[in-house]
Design a protein around this ligand. Structure first.
Ligand code: IPE
Ligand code: IPE
Ligand code: MG
Length: 258
């Protein structure tokens, strides 16, 4: 019989030190392709394969939420043929993942503005979301045409509408009110924010929700992100001392100094 250590490489990390919610800025598809002498779109194709693999792995690890930055509200600035290919990939992914989504009991949510996304892509997305509605496993949150500032604008508009209709008083607005009007309403904030391809920036991702997320950046590009890299990120997170403005956790300090 293989030991637990061999079957689960993270078995030494207790559940409370694992991230319940991992958010990923999947970057570097183009650079990866360029380094292989391939067109950028092949980088996106490989990136989509990584998405499939990571979703399965995170679900198997018991992660509660996986939030993936698929397309930013700024990515429309890219050449039309690249955008078209990304839309094609997205549609293909959403259709072919229905089986695995149902098998793994995943719940799917879209974060972002629906406008500008082609209707046929939205239709497939809605079908998948509807199909997975009664599932109870990991949340797979797909950030598509997503911008953190735009999300806050949408929330402020909705809240202002309620104030105008006199169903909400300005004094009643709290942090919870704002959180309830974001695309992520009802979902817990990310614990761990991963960015691939080495860039030290958040690129308009989940600006409100990452206020206390632990950030982990790898030089690896998204198409080469694998199980080992995922474990590396989770281990790095487990070794962090989250203080939320308080004082260091004494128990963690003692363990670290031993
Ligand atoms: C991330 O890879 C995918 C999307 C933003 C859609 P990039 O396409 O940004 O790859 P690089 O950063 O140019 O290498
Ligand atoms: C962030 O990557 C958006 C996604 C991963 C979808 P970008 O490649 O768009 O970010 P910048 O332009 O380098 O900041
Ligand atoms: Mg990029």
């Amino acid at each position: 019989m293989p030991s637990a250590e061999l079957t689960c490489p993270l078995s030494d990390i207790p559940p409370e030190r694992r991230p319940a919610h991992i958010a990923i800025i999947m970057d570097g598809n183009g650079r990866w392709a360029q380094r292989q002498g391939l067109p950028r779109i092949q980088g996106h194709e490989r990136g989509a394969a990584t998405v499939r693999q990571m979703t399965e792995l995170c679900s198997d690890l018991g992660i509660e939420q996986l939030t993936l930055y698929c397309l930013s509200s700024e990515n429309w600035k890219r050449p039309a043929d690249e955008i078209d290919f990304l839309m094609y990939l997205l549609q293909e992914y959403i259709i072919d993942q229905r089986g695995p989504i149902m098998k793994n009991n995943l719940r799917v949510r879209m974060l972002g503005r629906r406008e500008a996304i082609p209707n046929h892509v939205l239709h497939e997305l809605d079908t998948t979301i509807e199909l997975s509605r009664s599932n109870t496993g990991m949340w797979l949150n797909l950030a598509i045409n997503y911008g953190g500032r735009g999300e806050l604008v949408d929330a402020v508009r909705a809240i202002a509408g309620k104030v105008r209709r006199e169903t909400l008083e300005p004094e009643e607005i709290t942090e919870e009110t704002i959180a309830e009007h974001l695309y992520t309403a009802g979902l817990a904030d990310p614990d761990l924010l991963v960015r691939t391809a080495g860039e030290m920036r958040v690129s308009n991702f989940l600006l409100w929700q990452i206020s206390y997320a632990e950030i982990w950046v790898t030089e690896r590009c998204w198409p080469e992100f694998n199980e080992e890299t995922l474990h590396e990120a989770i281990r790095a997170y487990a070794a962090r001392d989250r203080r939320f403005g308080g004082l260091p956790d004494l128990e963690t300090q003692i363990t670290k100094n031993e």
